[in-house]
Design a protein around this ligand. Structure first.
Ligand SMILES: Nc1nc2c(c(=O)[nH]1)N[C@H]1C(S)=C(S)[C@@H](COP(=O)(O)O)O[C@H]1N2
Ligand SMILES: [Mo]
Length: 165
């Protein structure tokens, strides 16, 4: 016996919808739980997800990034992130980007100005087209940076690895 056309059609839509919802839920979970950063210390390596980076207090600042993106940049203070991983005393904290650009910060440089490890722009994880997935900014220097009065060589974006020693 054949089901009336209406039921079959509705059933297909319901099935499609359920499948789609499942996929959407799974990918939302993966977004926060998949590894975006390699953290290494004395040869020991860990892969961290967005939610593992965003522990503790978050900080937000609304500004224009000299490289283009503007809005509310939020994340964790670099010093808090390092402390959470027992690395606050590191003599050198090196950052390596997806384009292989690299910089490092000494404790003295971290004392000169506070660096924010940015995880989100306007509340959303940051895509590679918007300098993501992670970037370093110095909020206190934002206006000077925009006006070109201060060097932003340490405002590394597209960070894929942080290595401390
Ligand atoms: N990932 C990444 N971050 C980077 C760079 C880069 O090439 N890649 N260039 C740095 C340098 S040297 C400066 S002066 C500023 C601005 O770089 P730009 O003038 O090449 O855009 O971003 C810094 N951050
Ligand atoms: Mo530069």
């Amino acid at each position: 016996m054949r089901l009336p056309d209406g039921t079959g059609h509705a059933g297909r839509i319901a099935g499609w919808l359920a499948g789609w919802l499942l996929l959407a839920a799974a990918s939302a979970l993966a977004d926060d739980a998949s590894a975006i950063l390699t953290l290494s210390h004395n040869g020991e390596t860990r892969e961290l997800s967005l939610e593992q980076i965003e522990t503790g207090e978050r900080h937000a600042v609304t500004m224009c990034h000299p490289e283009g993106p503007e809005g509310t940049f939020s994340g964790v203070w670099l010093d808090d992130f390092l402390a959470a991983h027992g690395l606050d005393e590191a003599r050198r904290v090196r950052f390596i980007a997806h384009d292989d650009y690299t910089t490092f910060l000494t404790p003295a440089q971290r004392r000169e100005t506070r660096y924010l490890l940015v995880t989100r722009l306007d509340g959303e994880p940051i895509g590679e087209e918007a300098l993501g997935p992670l970037m370093l900014i110095a909020p206190a220097q934002a206006q000077d940076a925009l006006e070109g009065n201060v060097s932003i060589t340490r405002w590394i974006w597209a960070i894929r690895k942080i290595s401390a020693r």
